[in-house]
Design a binder for this molecule. Structure first.
Ligand code: LFR
Length: 475
């Protein structure tokens, strides 16, 4: 079989990339053809994504992918994955009828508190959807949209989550893909369809949503993009975390804990059944879904957002890989901090200054603030490591299992300090893969849909055999 080329468009909340995948003789080679920064913008106190720029960057990247092909070769398919929960409200013609808000916008705070204070409703929603009450949930965002702009129920006819919206721009088809839908707090935890109870609770028009399609569905050829004539659009796991989990070359016996480490740290595992009940609810376990319908019980730890935010407050922040390595080395040489941050502090969600938010927590606890960027870096990585280990122990207790390794992919997998801190706190080895997890999971789904690979476990086995990895033993 000749080389099969596919393209992954992978949008993260702080950066995006387009990756060209070449599959030849059961081996995947990646070429990052385009990378771009992403940020939300604040207008009159609300936060919005610049979705026109994102689409422009995706098109630029896809053109670069075509230009990187050997002479005569074609891209068989393209897939898009995006961070969770955010959405576009469109009319039948696909026109945007409401601005696309960013999930860190504070507009959901009143709804978050209302639900938190109504115990019966809180428990009912968790039992129905398996998703805890978190400020970014699409449910709260949509509830606020309908309440603050009632005319929207006439103007909008469809709710497309961001990967669905980009799939629509590429293919002209409007569908709701299952993994991204499962981040909304609106999917029935016992089926693969919408939860009528949740839609009713948040007063959302059920006609905005159609029965979710499972990942791997062919959406048809790319439209209005001559360079990609003949390329298929495939609905991959639209949620970046679902894609990253798919890429993990996990042991099929279920003893690996997964950590997708980027702006957020997503700590979880794969399961045939959801983890529900009062303890799971108290531990804020989120039963997000795998592209084939199964479950990914996980906890969302604040992640490298803490470090990204803190860096903004330092003129001396690293500008290139070498400076990053120097910062990590300096942080490693420091003694372990006497006390760690409480990483669950809601003050870290979207502060004006992350450094000031960290200092304020330490002051409240009568602890000294770090003095240098290296000392903040050390404190943040060690605190995240403990956050990861706490999540692991909660899963072990609730799911009645013991994890033997933690597999880490994403930006944080390159951060030695974070990997070591996680291994130390968890007491088991951390295996770091040199792997763009989200893009690889995106491509895996395309290869399976194109019938070049039999299924996900086959893909993981083939991938695992070729991957470079680094093991951090606990100290
Ligand atoms: C990671 C991620 C998380 C989700 C958060 C908000 O990029 O998708 O899984 O909880 O972003 O959407």
């Amino acid at each position: 079989m000749p080389t099969l080329y596919t393209a992954a468009v992978d949008f993260g909340a702080t950066s995006g990339r387009v990756i060209l995948g070449a599959w030849f003789k059961n081996r995947l080679t990646l070429k990052e053809v385009h990378r771009f920064p992403n940020t939300f913008r604040t207008l009159a106190g609300h936060d919005y994504w610049d979705v026109g720029t994102l689409w422009h960057e995706a098109q630029t990247g896809l053109r670069k992918a075509v230009a990187a092909l050997p002479h005569g070769a074609k891209i068989a398919s393209v897939g898009v994955d995006v961070w969770g929960v955010d959405f576009a409200l469109v009319n039948d013609a696909g026109r945007l009828v409401f601005p696309i808000h960013a999930y860190r916008d504070a507009r959901t705070q009143p709804g978050l508190k209302r639900l938190a204070h109504t115990r019966a409703a809180l428990e009912r929603i968790y039992a129905a959807t398996g998703i805890p009450n978190v400020f970014y949930n699409s449910s709260l965002q949509l509830e606020e949209t309908v309440a603050s702009c009632p005319a929207i129920t006439d103007l909008a006819t469809r709710c497309l989550f961001l990967p669905d919206y980009f799939n629509f721009l590429l293919s002209g088809r409007m569908e709701n893909e299952f993994t991204i839908a499962s981040t909304s707090q609106l999917i029935d935890v016992h089926s693969t369809d919408w939860s009528r109870a949740a839609l009713k609770h948040f007063r959302l028009p059920p006609q905005w949503f159609t029965k979710p399609i499972l990942s791997g569905t062919h959406l048809g050829p790319v439209k209005n993009f001559p360079e990609l004539a003949g390329t298929q659009v495939i609905a991959v796991p639209g949620h970046d975390t679902a894609a990253a989990y798919d890429a993990m070359p996990a042991n099929p016996d279920g003893t690996d804990l997964f950590l997708s480490s980027g702006t957020w740290s997503l700590v979880g595992f794969e399961s045939d059944r959801p983890v529900l009940g009062a303890d799971a609810h108290a531990a804020r376990i989120s039963n997000e879904r795998i592209g084939d319908g199964r479950y990914r019980p996980l906890t969302n730890v604040i992640g490298l957002w803490l470090l990204e935010g803190t860096l903004k407050d330092f003129a001396s922040r690293p500008a290139d890989d070498q400076a990053w390595a120097a910062l990590i080395t300096a942080a490693e040489k420091l003694p372990a901090p006497a006390a760690l941050l409480d990483v669950t502090d809601p003050a870290f969600t979207n502060p004006k200054s992350m450094k000031a938010a960290i200092d304020a927590q330490l002051k409240r606890r009568k602890l000294p603030a770090p003095k240098t960027l290296a000392a903040y870096t050390r404190l943040i990585c060690d605190s995240l490591g403990r956050g990861h280990a706490d999540a692991m122990r909660a899963f072990e207790k609730m799911a009645g299992k013991k994890f033997r390794r933690i597999l880490i992919v994403g930006g944080g997998s390159k951060n030695r300090l974070l990997c070591q801190a996680t291994a130390n706190a968890a007491g088991i080895p951390v295996v770091s893969f040199a792997l763009e997890g989200t893009a690889v999971g995106n491509i895996a789904s395309q290869l399976i849909a194109l019938r070049a690979v039999k299924d996900l476990s086959t893909f993981r086995r083939l991938l695992g055999a070729t991957l470079a990895k680094k093991i951090y033993a606990p100290r």
